[in-house]
Design a protein around this ligand. Structure first.
Ligand code: IPE
Ligand code: IPE
Ligand code: MG
Length: 255
């Protein structure tokens, strides 16, 4: 089966899952963290090369402070508990997003997990943490402007590739498949630039209920999807488009 090189998941619905069962939202996050562990190990097992999990958005700071504090503490605890497992599974952990704003203890644990798994060669696992697609694009834009000021580039040289290379997430290809649990059909500021040609799979299943079979369903749906990148179905069948390291089609646009 054709697997996505990069699978990204918007893990949504912890709160609704918990409320539907008469629990508070925080319990939903505990079960959501357990689900993340399972899906990470399952993805590595089946041969996904890059997995990104949307863990905490730049907008999630707007939640009640009790929930934000709980999420931060849960993240720290979970990473501390799992770092050995990540190494044993040869999983390299990285982050995108501004981790400097995280509480010190959480940031230290995140940095420790990054450095302890830096030698791992199996799956690349990325947590989008205090991540926003708009903020990532602004950061890249600032850096390109600085390069222009320093005389390294001229404005007319700026193109898609240059922009892609400047993004914090440039170490991984663009996501081929973005899965969102819990029914909402929106990106919520996730991978705005990179999602240009991602396949988007939405399921009504809440994240804590996202079992192996649900992952399998999403992957099977992806495998039968024809990715056309603006071309016709006939063209794609005759010559499937080759893509750049970022996952965008390599052929000139023919303007
Ligand atoms: C996803 O579940 C977890 C985070 C965004 C941190 P939610 O907490 O958004 O759950 P719902 O969407 O309110 O059900
Ligand atoms: C997106 O979920 C962020 C994460 C999954 C971390 P949200 O629950 O925050 O998204 P909105 O606010 O419903 O769009
Ligand atoms: Mg939500």
């Amino acid at each position: 089966m054709k697997l996505p090189k990069h699978l990204a998941i918007i893990m949504d619905g912890n709160g609704r899952w918990a409320n539907a069962r008469g629990h508070n939202r925080l319990f939903g996050h505990v079960r959501g963290a357990k689900r993340a562990k399972f899906i990470i190990e399952e993805s590595a097992r089946i041969g996904i090369e890059n997995l990104t999990l949307f863990t905490f958005s730049t907008e999630n700071w707007r939640r009640p402070s009790q929930e934000v504090n709980f999420l931060m503490a849960l993240l720290k605890k979970q990473l501390k508990k799992e770092v050995r497992n990540l190494v044993d599974n040869d999983i390299r952990f990285r982050c995108i997003g501004d981790i400097s704003r995280l509480p010190t203890g959480v940031r230290n644990q995140v940095e420790e997990t990054i450095s302890e798994t830096a030698h791992c060669k199996g799956m690349n696992l990325t947590f989008a943490l205090n991540y926003g697609g708009q903020q990532e694009i602004i950061q890249a834009t600032k850096s390109l402007i600085q390069k222009a000021i320093d005389g390294e580039i001229t404005p007319d040289q700026v193109n898609e590739k240059m922009m892609s290379n400047e993004l914090e997430s440039s170490f991984s290809p663009f996501p081929d498949l973005i899965v969102r649990t819990s029914g909402e059909s929106r990106l919520s500021n996730f991978f705005l630039w990179q999602a240009a040609y991602s396949e988007f799979y939405v399921t009504n299943i809440h994240w804590p209920d996202f079992q192996r079979a649900e992952l399998q369903k999403a992957l099977e749906w992806f495998a039968q999807t024809e990715r056309r990148f603006g071309m016709t179905s006939r063209q794609v069948k005759m010559r499937p488009p080759s893509t750049t390291e970022h996952g965008t089609p390599q052929e000139p646009l023919g303007l």
